[in-house]
Design a protein around this ligand. Structure first.
Ligand code: GLU
Length: 475
């Protein structure tokens, strides 16, 4: 812990490992982390794995991998709720002893009946209080062979209120809150109870989470109050909407944060983009992690939902690719190419990347472009196959081959060959550059043709041109 650490600010990210780390979760983690770091505080990770049936090891791994990829690291040991059962039991006992919780022997059928009644009367379903102890109340006889649940004795009057860091003041009437079951009949503690106890024990000062938790907050506040605990500040983040304004889902593209890694997005770009989903600093669109931390003022969190915009993510990613040192890009792209059984030389790959980094949106695109230089044979896309097959073009390519065959493969010489073809045949640059691009790379758009020629090397240039001419003969 360094001397600047502000132990008063302790923020946690508390995912339930029932699925991979999705975009919304990653954004909550990022905001919690940026808020903690902005305040020189502590960021913590808590795995809420009490739902044994739905929690998986794979999901835990996906959460860890996603956070590591984004650089969001817990400052202290990771807390797993399943390892805290002893502590939950201890506090359940304390709450029972202090009269803040009670055993409830109502059967599942009885509870269902209460729900049914409420539905008929169009009122909010509510526990009828049969087992709620009150002063001078005569309690029913305890049924035999029935394991009780434990309910929290919620205050029956007054209001719970908090000043939400994002949404402003939010209040709930206690009478609407019901006596929450905090331990099931098998003794296992329930969600809202565990969260409150963990936040207390971990000394959490600020909670940032999705606004689907707004209804849980008054319950957690009441539990904490009954334990005389300090109540954290809460901030509820509006959701992320898809491009069509609907709740973000699989149909809007990849949801698993790690899919963006495998699609060739850079973690810095992802962090930058996620940060802009519901937070802003003036009109800044591009900022690094240091700036995000310095600027992360909670006041600038948006009160309204944000919209997922894959085009903007692409734009940000291409910006980062353009501004990443070529040497680093080589390190990232090299394994992608060797995985495809090519063996590039580092220097050559660096030159190729230099040529393409201005025009690639993802690392995968960069790798695809580089691979064109290593392939034995190239495929010419169907829509351009029939371009440049006229007699004049074929003659030009033949001339190019015969002149190029005799030159020393240097950029000035290559330029001279192209110039000779242009002047001798009275054609434009495009008339020779386009067929060369197509014949050599299968693409109509490439960076400067002289550089492409140079990097391909004389041998490959001539053999590809000859091969393509042969293929065209058969068209
Ligand atoms: N485990 C909850 C979830 O994944 C979050 C709980 C919280 O942040 O308080 O939605």
């Amino acid at each position: 812990m360094n001397s600047y650490t502000n132990n008063n600010v302790r923020v946690r990210f508390a995912p339930s490992p029932t699925g991979f780390l999705h975009l919304g979760g990653a954004r909550t983690a990022l905001f919690s982390w940026a808020f903690a770091k902005h305040n020189n505080g502590i960021f913590l990770l808590r795995i809420e794995d009490t739902d044994i049936k739905r929690s998986t090891k794979e999901a835990i791994k996906s959460i860890m991998d996603g956070m590591t990829w984004l650089g969001i690291i817990s400052d202290e040991e990771i807390v797993y709720q399943t390892q805290r059962m002893e502590r939950y039991r201890e506090l359940l006992k304390k709450m029972l002893n202090e009269g803040n919780a009670y055993y409830c022997y109502s059967s599942a059928e009885e509870i269902d009946k209460m729900r049914e009644e409420a539905r008929k009367n169009e009122t909010k379903p509510k526990y009828d209080g049969t087992w709620r102890p009150e002063l001078n109340k005569i309690m029913p006889n305890i049924p035999k062979d029935r394991n009780p649940t434990i309910r929290f004795k919620n205050p029956s009057t007054g209001i719970v209120t908090w000043n939400d860091m994002v949404k402003g003041r939010i209040s709930f009437k206690n009478e609407e809150l019901d006596d929450l079951v905090i331990a099931r009949s098998d003794g296992t503690p329930t969600y809202n109870f565990c969260v409150a106890i963990d936040d207390l024990d971990m000394g959490i000062s600020h909670v940032l989470r999705g606004d689907d938790h707004v209804n849980n907050t008054p319950r957690q506040i009441n539990i904490l109050k009954s334990l005389n605990a300090k109540i954290p500040e809460y901030g509820h983040l509006p959701m992320i909407l898809g491009t069509d304004g609907e709740k973000l889902s699989k149909r809007h593209g990849a949801m698993n944060i790690m899919e963006y890694k495998s699609k060739g997005y850079l973690p810095e770009a992802m962090v930058n983009y996620l940060a802009r989903l519901g937070w802003s600093h003036n009109n800044d669109e591009i900022f690094n992690t240091r700036q995000l931390i310095d600027w992360f003022d909670i006041k600038h969190l948006s009160k309204s939902p944000s919209q997922w915009d894959p085009k903007k993510l692409d734009w940000i990613n291409s910006y980062y690719i353009k501004h990443t040192d070529t040497h680093n890009l080589v390190n990232m792209v090299m394994p992608m190419i060797t995985a495809r059984n090519y063996e590039p030389n580092e220097n050559d790959l660096g030159s190729i990347i230099d040529l393409f980094k201005e025009r690639s949106t993802t690392l995968n695109q960069l790798a695809e472009n580089a691979i064109i230089f290593y392939k034995e044979t190239i495929n010419i896309a169907d829509d351009i196959k029939n371009k440049c097959t006229d007699d004049q073009t074929i003659q030009l390519i033949r001339k190019f081959i015969s002149i190029a065959n005799n030159v020393d493969w240097k950029i000035e010489e290559i330029d001279r060959v192209i110039k000779t073809i242009i002047t001798e045949n009275n054609i434009t640059m495009k008339q020779i550059a386009l067929p060369l691009r197509i014949y050599l790379t299968g693409e109509a758009n490439t960076p400067s043709i002289n550089k492409v020629l140079l990097l391909l090397g004389k041998e490959k240039v001539l053999s590809r041109l000859r091969k393509t001419l042969d293929n065209y003969k058969q068209l």
